[in-house]
Design a protein around this ligand. Structure first.
Ligand SMILES: Nc1nc2c(ncn2[C@@H]2O[C@H](COP(=O)(O)OP(=O)(O)OP(=O)(O)O)[C@@H](O)[C@H]2O)c(=O)[nH]1
Ligand SMILES: [Mg+2]
Length: 303
């Protein structure tokens, strides 16, 4: 079933990519062994998360546009329980999205989460690993930051962008769901609305009071996604975040968190992220395939 798929995906065949994603999503026989063969790449996952309706899809649309202008290839994964990328309200004011579906430099995939606990597709992480070998310059993952599960998956991206709007209700919700803690970059979208500057001021002072343990202040980018204002600023912050030399330990931590996330979904082992981190630290190989590493932890019936 997986025959030739990897070669085709790495040569940029989007049909092959779509097929592989479906196979992994449905856990087709042999999917785990196939995941173990994926080459390790440096492509960064950019998570876009935030409360429902904060403008994530509109922002992703703007980012696609901006990246295409820079001759980049973009992959988008949308894990959205309420409004899949290509349906519903989307088509009204964001007609461009239709255009992207026929653009060879853009690949968009919606992951269904229907009927699943926590509103997340359990194979989201694996599917993002598949997308990483397809030759994209950037991979964007949109998730709604409503509950612990959604926030957790957002935190597994290399760079997590938290999209807020200048409305107090939303910021309260963001605080409650732990969204603020996972942010590498804040976007304050809908800046055409009143109260945007006050909101930004409050956010900066909350940061200064240290709601997140971080030596460097987290950048705040002001946008109006509809009018494409602030997109360039966001792209440059994303660029900075990706070129910033991640400390070796931070990289291991992220890998351990991803591994732990996958393990605990499939069998409850008495493992902690710290134990996995220590194991990774002691391994000679620097560039690890996630699923090769996971193999011994996942019971046969789940592979
Ligand atoms: N005024 C204003 N409206 C915006 C802006 N950005 C997005 N919107 C509108 O806000 C609504 C929600 O935008 P989406 O991009 O669908 O938001 P979302 O966060 O993806 O929504 P969900 O995926 O359903 O959580 C749409 O009607 C957009 O047109 C903005 O900067 N200003
Ligand atoms: Mg959306």
């Amino acid at each position: 079933m997986f025959e030739n798929l990897l070669t085709r995906i790495t040569s940029g065949d989007q049909q092959a990519l779509a097929r592989a994603i479906s196979l992994v999503e449905n856990e087709a026989p042999g999917y785990f062994d196939w995941l173990k063969k994926l080459p390790v790449t440096d492509v960064k996952l950019i998570g876009i998360t935030g409360p429902p309706g904060s403008g994530k899809s509109t922002l992703v649309d703007g980012l696609i546009e901006g990246l295409l202008q820079k001759n980049k290839k973009v992959g988008v994964l949308c894990v959205d329980p309420s409004s899949p990328f290509h349906q519903g309200a989307l088509l009204g004011d964001r007609i461009r999205m239709n255009e992207w579906f026929t653009n060879p430099n853009v690949f968009i995939r919606s992951l269904s989460s229907k009927g699943r606990l926590g509103g997340l597709n359990p194979r989201t992480l694996a599917i993002s690993e598949v997308m990483k070998v397809a030759g994209f310059d950037a991979i964007l993952i949109e998730t709604v930051g409503v509950g612990q599960n959604e926030v957790e998956i957002a935190s597994l991206a290399d760079t997590t962008v938290v999209v807020l709007v200048p409305e107090s209700g939303d910021s309260m919700q963001a605080i409650k769901s732990g969204l603020l803690e996972v942010a590498d970059i804040f976007v304050v979208n809908k800046c055409d609305r009143p109260g945007a500057d006050i909101f930004i001021k409050n956010l900066s002072s909350a940061m200064a009071r240290g709601f997140k343990k971080n030596e460097n202040p987290i950048p705040i980018v002001k946008t109006n996604a509809l009018l494409r204002k602030g997109i360039d600023h966001l792209l440059s912050e994303l660029e900075k975040a990706s070129t910033k030399e991640k400390k070796h330990a931070a990289g291991n931590r992220l890998f351990a968190q991803r591994a732990w996330y996958e393990i605990q979904r499939y069998c409850m082992k008495d493992l902690t992220v710290e134990m996995l981190e220590k194991e990774i630290e002691n391994m000679p190989e620097r560039k690890l395939n996630l699923y090769l590493f996971l193999e011994k932890y996942i019971r046969q019936e789940f592979k």
